[in-house]
Design a protein. Structure first.
Lengths: 384, 384
């Protein structure tokens, strides 16, 4: 039974690129017997994961029936929950957004209140998009703290009181009736940007510069979460120019204590990072000077990581990325000066392309990759 | 034809764990048809990649024939070429060393002389081990500089005059008649230590502290080479305490310019890193103080990398590792103070376990992983 399911997954993995293929092509590509391929195609057709292609392929004799992936077969519920703001989406199986919603929600209200709100909001959004719960194949969720991805539980999240160890899938699963995957918000943003804007890049670092600073790492096209799921936490790397500053983590000299949106806002006597961005855009010389220096400090850290990790692309995202070229210029200045020439030869350092949507797109990617990976397609669940 | 070969690889990938399995078990594990499994088993038996298992498995009826991996089916030639010293080995398909040789060879003599010597030395060692060239399935080679792994060509190697862009496989291939894989020496050491001493660890950083400093990165049990094959070059990461020192790379403040064996030797007025280790072991207080500080400087860099990469294990290797606990103590002191608690909670920082053999074992692993991976088993080559 397990092999049956895995085999169907292998066919879907091939077909999901959108190209139509005949039975014979699928036999050749998988090495599976004709009877096995037929059996699995029937199951996939039955549940509408695939549909007959209009353009049957002719190879001399009578035209052979061809099959193609049905991106509308199921929908995905995606959520990007930040410290004070939530963004939700319903997407198809190519991450195309069918409906979306965005609202101020305080993560500090605790898991019960926030997740109850989430279930209600998902139901409303699903109805808006014209879909029903039995068309949903899964839910991807990003949270603003470290998450043990295998269990979906936050691990000592510093800005999420009440969430430590909370079993998010156990709370949501019974009320949505679909698989739930949870990850760190910066990880899902990295997934979203990689999927939508740089799918050809094997190794990538996505940096979120918001109130704090964090990063998401893609290697061989997949998220690198590390041994404890803590990978990417670059906000607490020590930078020499911050040696005198005490960070909220209890250490001194952390990158985010000097270059995060919160640190810059404090220096400019404004409320938050968004106000800093507003000043920069208004041409305030002191704000521009500070954001450029923040770019250099970030560049100091990234220069080391470029030597170590040798990424093909670095993407600067988060609210502070809206400050534009000033931040990016500081980063580039230091990375190109400090990193090894071989590692920077083809390195591309750029701003995010998806804007605020990176998180929900990434949460959708998280679930789609899971659902369509060869080992995990579960036809019995998918049949609703 | 390609699928035939890939299918045989899938069987080998399953059988290489050493457990015997029946035809029925292999059908179940691969999802392949009985006729396909039989055909591929015949090909593998014919070429002795597998052998009938003594302990045929009985499941009620008559005992079913079982098959097991033949670790002695082929041998691997492995070489770890350092700046001034070369180490060679003939291994079986479980990396067990069947014969080895070690000799002073200057990499600066250039590729023609060094590789000609290598061919002669391999032939001699192979004869010593009682094998012939048609039993060799491939050659793995480590070189002391950046290597473009796909082509086996060194890329701007700083201490290898004449080697830049040299086509190593093209020189060796025709004279050995087997596939040649080339990689950076620190990468193969990381592979060797991972394979032999920490095979269960998913994410690992191996640090070579010799004259210079470099690292090899394992993620999801595989080498991370990065976008240009330059990953792991941590010797040129900037450390605050080295800001005044000019490095051979042309930058200032590089880690290896202050903590490498060459830098320590210069401060102690001795010839090289090995002399430094000798002084440390003899109890020289100044040498001990210096090596401990070198550990702290290395720890400064590793603390950042732990936050970023979240490895399960850090292994300290290279000649300077022979200085023992003093170096390690300095590293641990800073990493456990500076890195995030979540990332260091289960982090193991230890000395190398394979000693000088890590390189040749890793070069052998490099080739075995290639030969036995599902997509690349090439029965036509393997048949000799």
């Amino acid at each position: 039974m397990t092999m049956e399911i895995a085999g169907a997954g292998a066919l879907l993995t091939i077909l999901r690129d959108g190209r139509a293929r005949t039975r014979a092509e699928l036999m050749e590509l998988t090495g599976l017997a004709r009877s096995t391929v037929s059996q699995r195609l029937d199951a996939l057709l039955d549940q509408q994961w695939i549909i007959p292609a209009d353009d049957a392929i002719s190879s001399g004799g009578r035209p052979a029936a061809a099959f193609t992936f049905n991106a509308g077969a199921r929908v995905v519920l995606a959520a990007d929950l930040g410290a004070t703001h939530a963004r939700l989406a319903v997407t198809d199986l190519t991450t195309q957004v069918l409906a979306e919603h965005s609202e101020d929600v305080a993560i500090a209200d605790g898991p019960e209140r926030v997740l109850d709100w989430l279930v209600t909001a998902f139901h409303r959004l699903l109805a808006e998009s014209g879909h029903t719960l039995d068309q949903v194949c899964g839910t991807g969720i990003g949270l603003p703290g470290p998450v043990e991805h295998e269990t979906g539980r936050p691990v000592n999240p510093p800005i999420m009181p009440g969430w430590d160890g909370f079993d998010v899938p156990a709370r949501l699963g019974p009320r949505l009736g679909v698989p739930i995957l949870v990850d760190n918000d910066v990880n899902i943003m990295a997934l979203g940007e990689h999927w939508a804007a740089s799918p050809e890049v094997e190794h990538l670092i996505f940096v979120k510069v918001g109130t704090g600073i964090g990063s998401g790492i893609i290697t061989e096209h997949r998220l690198h979460r590390g041994a404890q799921g803590a990978a990417g936490d670059i906000g607490h790397i020590c930078v020499p120019s911050a040696a005198h500053v005490v960070c909220r983590c209890g250490n001194t000299g952390c990158l985010e204590a000097i270059a995060g949106g919160g640190a810059l806002a404090a220096q400019l006597d404004v409320a938050n990072g968004r106000e800093v961005v507003r000043l920069v855009r208004a041409g305030d010389a002191r704000a521009i000077q500070l954001i450029r220096q923040a770019g250099r400090d970030l560049g100091d850290v990234l220069a080391s990581l470029v030597n170590f990790f040798n990424p093909g692309v670095i993407i600067i995202g988060g609210d502070m990325a809206d400050a534009g070229e000033h931040l990016l210029a500081g980063v580039r200045e230091v990375v190109y000066r400090r990193s090894l020439p071989l590692a920077t030869q083809h390195l591309n350092i750029r701003s995010r392309q998806l804007g605020d949507r990176a998180g929900v797109i990434g949460a959708s990617v998280l679930m789609i990759e899971h659902i369509l990976s060869p080992g995990t397609v579960d036809l019995s669940v998918a049949s609703g």
